[in-house]
Write a protein that binds this ligand. Structure first.
Ligand code: ATP
Ligand code: MG
Length: 333
């Protein structure tokens, strides 16, 4: 069946004083109905840029330079802000931006904020909007009676859950959550992820979960894409990527985080820095940091090809993936 969201060969650039900066380079992936898709990668790799491009929320100096974003088969990358607002945002795709903890208006009850959103984007009567908010409060583990609270009456974790409830109450098909728990402690993170499972069971919503912490994605998502400096290095089902990472960045990044499936190993730090991303990124953006890089890695952007295991969706963008993996295994064994 047709994917819910299909991003194809997407390049997103920012105009800067030094020229064009490429934040997302030829990214492709798709999300199907009910799928939880995780986008991982270190700071500056282009995760938020990708999310903003999908929802039409790029900064003024940013633009989709090439490629397409299809929502239920319709290209949406060129829709006007007005069309996106009337047809797509909140009702079809909702977005919890990075740093959204401070996005609740301190002067308004949460229910008032929901009414404002609901009145702009739907024709629903107020009572129905309140009922929908109560239902989603329940799903994220907040008491229904608290929809009329002011944000300061909630703890940090509860505020974040209220923000998630606001992203959900109009029953969107896809929620984009950009680092939704990064500011929270581990216990609160666990509470939120427990509730994310309920979203899947009860709402059949799809999720694009963005986080630098890949262990969170391995725990909660069906599929994953790992980005390094504007490029998707590897993507596939979480099981396949977890079991058989092929891109050197994928296996090194995986080892940079604790993993409850392999609790005892040591965490590895990836040395070096990503390259400047001015102009076109027509080379592997990991080459400077990759212990297994060869001259061919700097001669053209790496093609995205099958990782060669049982998962047909598992692909990797490394011309040396086979040699690198063998060398890696002999290094670590
Ligand atoms: P983080 O994990 O820190 O949130 P990220 O993966 O979300 O990082 P982005 O915020 O998408 O990364 O940034 C990708 C690149 O684009 C970075 O080099 C960043 O400095 C640059 N960038 C982001 N916004 C702008 C902008 N408005 N103008 C110029 N460059 C930008
Ligand atoms: Mg970000």
């Amino acid at each position: 069946s047709e994917p819910l969201l299909e991003v194809d060969d997407l390049t997103v650039q920012y105009q800067t004083d030094d020229g064009m900066l490429t934040a997302t380079s030829n990214a492709s992936f798709s999300i199907s109905d009910g799928e939880f898709f995780g986008l991982a990668g270190e700071s500056g790799s282009g995760k938020s840029t990708l999310a903003k491009a999908i929802i039409g929320g790029l900064d003024d100096n940013g633009q989709v330079s090439s490629g397409t974003i299809k929502y239920r088969g319709e290209e949406i990358q060129d829709l006007s802000d007005k069309e996106l607002s009337q047809r797509i945002r909140w009702k079809e795709i909702s977005w919890i931006p990075q740093g959204a903890m401070s996005s609740l208006d301190p002067l308004q009850r949460v229910s008032e904020q929901a009414l404002e959103i609901g009145n702009v984007h739907t024709d629903l009567p107020d009572e129905e909007i309140r009922d929908k908010l109560k239902e989603t409060f329940d799903i994220v583990g907040l008491q229904e009676s608290r929809i009329d609270d002011y944000p300061h009456q909630f703890s940090g974790g509860m505020q974040q859950r209220a923000i998630i409830a606001l992203a959900l109450f109009l029953e969107p098909e896809l929620v984009i959550a950009d680092e939704p728990t990064t500011a929270l402690d581990v216990i609160m993170q666990d509470q939120i992820f427990k509730h994310l499972d309920r979203l899947k069971d009860e709402l059949d919503v799809s999720l694009l979960l963005i986080t630098h912490d890949i262990s969170v994605i391995f725990e909660s998502c069906d599929s994953v894409a790992i980005m390094h400096a504007s490029q998707i290095a590897e993507r596939g089902t979480t099981n396949a990527v977890h079991a058989n990472p092929r891109h050197p960045y994928a296996f090194m990044f995986k080892e940079a985080f604790p993993d409850i499936r392999e609790p005892k190993r040591e965490l590895e730090v990836i040395e070096g820095h990503p390259p400047e991303l001015m102009g076109e990124v027509d080379f592997c953006s990991f080459a400077d940091r990759c212990p297994w890089a060869a001259p061919e890695c700097r001669e053209g952007a790496p093609p995205t090809e099958s990782a060669g295991d049982d998962d047909p969706s598992h692909v990797t963008a490394c011309v040396r993936r086979e040699e690198a993996y063998e060398l890696y295994q002999s290094d670590t064994s």
